[in-house]
Design a protein around this ligand. Sequence first.
Ligand code: SF4
Length: 262
Amino acid sequence: MSGKLKISVAKYKDSFAFNTAVNEFYIDSACEEEHTECTSAVRHRETGHDITSLQPPLKSTENSEKGEALKKLRDYKINNCIKCGLSKERNLLVFGEGNADSDLMFIGEAPGADEDKTGRPFIGKAGQLLTKIIESINLKRENVYIANIIKCRPPGNRNPEQNEIESCSPFLREQIDIIKPKIICTLGKFSTMFIFNEISNAAGGESIEFEKIGNHRGKIYDYRDIKVIPTYHPSYLLRNPSAKKDVWEDMKLIRDLLSKYI
Ligand code: SF4
């Protein structure tokens, strides 16, 4: 995998306590000049304009074949999606971001308020913790790919409903098909359940019953040619910091697996 995910295996760090600045940028949600009557992305969508110009650039994927495929998927297939009720209240759709050529993909649940505002995944407090978690194994956030099962924010950050997962998860499936990561780290219950369903529904696949993350973390599951490592969602860690030590163990597992691909 040389030239893809650049990791110095000799320099792993043993704590999440890093003061790395998270790369924050907020796009202006007002319309472009030609849509001056629109004052926000929500209004922009209500007026039926294409919101592609409001989405953040997929910076780290620009010059790659997989990056191009992801851009096409986002711009032509997902950007103006109204397949479920979450489209009504979203500001910006949160597609996912990172290195399309990465061997490592993180999958979370759904965007929150900060993500809905910016169109970027995991940039609020939980996202900043995820960035530190990624950096704890000496990776950079831009080395990996980060996405959610649900692309639009559930109101009040409630849990996604089954019909929303069913409507949106085909997009995630396509992202996985394009990126073809070697490792997926599922963050929390919903993305882990999604992958377990995928494994169970595959021809000849082993049926895996989801219990709780604590029972599945620390283990490696096989999903097609991908190794899946479930761990706690960073939001859970914010409420339960004592679980960070478990996540650190899971990150070391990921680090060791990744070193096999270098
Ligand atoms: S959550 Fe997914 S399926 Fe629902 S509107 Fe947004 S992109 Fe479409």
